[in-house]
Design a protein. Structure first.
Length: 363
């Protein structure tokens, strides 16, 4: 290879890679700045993020349209629906913590079996730290409980909205966001447990971080392909729409897989928290009915349209969870005292078992 050919190829390589490298560098700088801001003023940043989330949810009058209940303020015998829902959430969080600790212990036990008997502590610790399963469940525990095992109380943020929705986010740890319309759809303790268990599962599995990584990767690939355009932009104009469609379809497919994963773990957490999952899964059927009534779900949607959906169809999820609930229900966790705990919880929150299917008190 001649020297001129070498330098020509090197120049072409630099030209093709400079933009993707720049994208990743900007992302890393933004991430580092966020870490610095959080370290310097964590409470101020938390309040700012909370306000931003509420504004993005359409809250124009935060003082009137938002109610926040802290875990430490829950009154189990309160007739107010916000305290009732927060009490259900507290049981789900307890079940989630127990699940994560068990999975972490099991992952560490697998590593321990492979270690030689005479290994020193430092070497053993290194083996634990480099194991992918151990690292995953340690990260899950951090997302759920924070840096300290005795983490700050969870808060439940109720927002006035006509769209049934509930979510948690890694950017604002230990906050449950629940819309007023969701309380109309998920009107029993069992149904709420399914909804909250699903959302906590997203947090445990790190789906927000995964989605962020996938988006960054797809954006980088997009920029790379566009930077390879030898026509100085003419070809890019022709394919940019196709790239955007492919990007959206791939991101939606990843999101649907995350939803299914959260459904599977969510029903397990609800059962472990001693809620009736067989009854609880009907929230998915009610979600479908609500979306059809609100004309947000086409009755005859095509496969092309479904490719762009970020969630699997509600009735498909209902059928799957109904089968799953036959295996994941309180009877599986009798040794944890579900019968006793469940009866006490229903009595405190919703009245007797006979009235368990009644709607949440709308006071």
């Amino acid at each position: 290879m001649s020297r001129s050919t070498f330098w020509s190829r090197l120049a072409r390589f630099v030209r093709y890679t400079r933009i993707p490298v720049l994208v990743v560098s900007i992302y890393q700088l933004g991430y580092q700045q966020g870490v610095v801001d959080c370290t310097k003023t964590p409470l101020a940043l938390e309040a700012k993020i909370l306000n931003s989330i509420l504004l993005s949810a359409g809250m124009k009058n935060i003082e009137e349209d938002v109610i926040i209940v802290s875990e430490k303020d829950i009154r189990f015998f309160s007739p107010q629906k916000h305290h009732q829902v927060a009490a259900v959430g507290q049981k789900i969080i307890e079940a989630a913590r127990a699940h994560v600790e068990e999975e972490l212990t099991a992952a560490m036990a697998v590593v321990k079996e492979k270690l030689p008997d005479d290994i020193d502590k430092a070497s053993a610790l290194a083996e634990y730290e480099k194991d992918r399963d151990v690292d995953f469940w340690q990260q899950a525990r951090f997302r759920l409980m924070g840096e300290e095992l005795e983490s700050r109380p969870w808060k439940y943020v109720f927002i006035k909205s006509s769209a049934p929705n509930a979510f948690v986010t890694e950017i604002l740890p230990r906050f449950f966001f629940i819309s007023s319309s969701m309380l109309d759809v998920a009107s029993t303790a069992d149904e709420l447990a399914m909804v909250l268990g699903h959302e906590v599962s997203h947090l445990i599995m790190g789906h927000v971080s995964q989605t962020n990584n996938v988006e960054t990767m797809l954006r980088t690939v997009e920029v790379t392909l566009l930077s390879l355009d030898p026509t100085a932009g003419l070809l890019s104009l022709a394919v940019i729409g196709s790239l955007a469609a492919v990007h959206k379809a791939l991101a939606a497919a990843h999101s649907r897989e995350n939803e299914r994963e959260a459904d599977d773990l969510g029903v397990k957490l609800a059962a472990r928290a001693c809620f009736d999952t067989v009854k609880g899964v009907h929230v998915m059927r009610k979600m479908h009915e609500h979306s059809v009534a609100a004309a947000t779900t086409p009755r005859n949607d095509s496969s092309i349209i479904r490719m762009m959906d970020t969630h699997p169809p509600s009735m498909e999820r209902f059928d799957h969870l109904r089968q799953k609930s036959k295996m994941e229900n309180p009877s599986k966790y009798q040794e944890q005292g579900c019968a006793t705990v469940g009866t006490r919880l229903y009595g405190a929150l919703w009245g007797s078992r006979r009235d368990a299917g009644n709607a949440v008190d709308k006071k």
